[in-house]
Design a protein around this ligand. Structure first.
Ligand code: PRP
Ligand code: ZN
Ligand code: MG
Length: 220
């Protein structure tokens, strides 16, 4: 008896800092990507694989739940998205999308170290990672969660400091903020689902991972 073979799914960021490089990696691994009927789905012509193009914040969940077999996402997003349930596992770091989650504040704040943040309000899109850091440092501070534009919080007097991703530093500089502490270092990683694909696709999954590893090491 034969069944119709399904397709592997790889989750990639639809737009944002990792989007282009993620697609490059997939192509360099030998997958011929063509646009599908809609923006959400790109098809691979030469293998039974689809790319699911979604918000980066959704990628860990899709992979953890087995909706996608693989995903390309920032460690920052993966770490913040962890919960009690089954998680996606990291296959390998990909060497791009490097950035650092940093505490930053206006120069007028009298900052002498993390303890200076005691009792203050800190704006961030990464409340879990920040809370863990503050707990480790023994600091009690209020966290204000913002989905974006975190860098405007001090100007609006919404918070005294921020904890946000820094890549070139241009955003901090444009907003008159000074980086103080490194909270988390991040880069893009390949993640894999704890849910195995259907048996007929297992070998393809392994070979895609091997090809991606080859691309990454050749760029080392
Ligand atoms: C991050 C961060 C800053 C910017 C910093 O946003 O929130 O806005 O990048 O980069 P820079 O140091 O090079 O100026 P990002 O676009 O990564 O993610 P987001 O859209 O999810 O905020
Ligand atoms: Zn995002
Ligand atoms: Mg941003």
């Amino acid at each position: 008896m034969s069944t119709v073979q399904g397709r592997l799914r790889i989750a990639v960021q639809k737009s944002g800092r990792l989007a282009d490089r993620s697609l490059d990696l997939v192509r360099d691994a030998g997958l011929r990507v063509v646009k599908g009927a809609n923006d959400l789905l790109y098809k691979v012509e030469n293998y039974p694989i689809d790319l699911l193009r979604v918000r980066d914040d959704d990628i860990p969940t899709f992979v953890a739940d087995g909706v996608c077999d693989l995903g390309i996402v920032g460690e920052n997003v993966l770490e913040e998205g962890k919960n009690g349930g089954a998680n996606a596992s990291v296959v390998m770091p990909l060497g791009f999308g490097k950035c650092t989650l940093k505490l930053a504040c206006p120069p007028m704040l009298d900052y002498a170290g993390p303890a200076s943040l005691q009792g203050l309000r800190i704006a961030t899109s990464y409340p879990k990672i920040l809370r863990r850091y503050l707990d480790e440092q023994g600091i009690g501070a209020d966290i204000v969660v913002m989905r974006g534009a975190v860098e405007v919080a001090p100007r609006l007097k919404l918070a005294s400091a921020i904890c946000d991703l820094v890549s070139t530093g241009a955003t901090l500089e444009a907003n008159g903020l000074v980086a103080k502490e490194t909270v988390f270092e991040s880069q893009a990683v390949l993640i894999q689902s704890p849910v195995a694909p259907e048996p007929g696709l297992q070998h393809l999954l392994e070979s895609i991972i091997e090809r991606m590893a080859g691309v990454v090491s050749s760029q080392g």
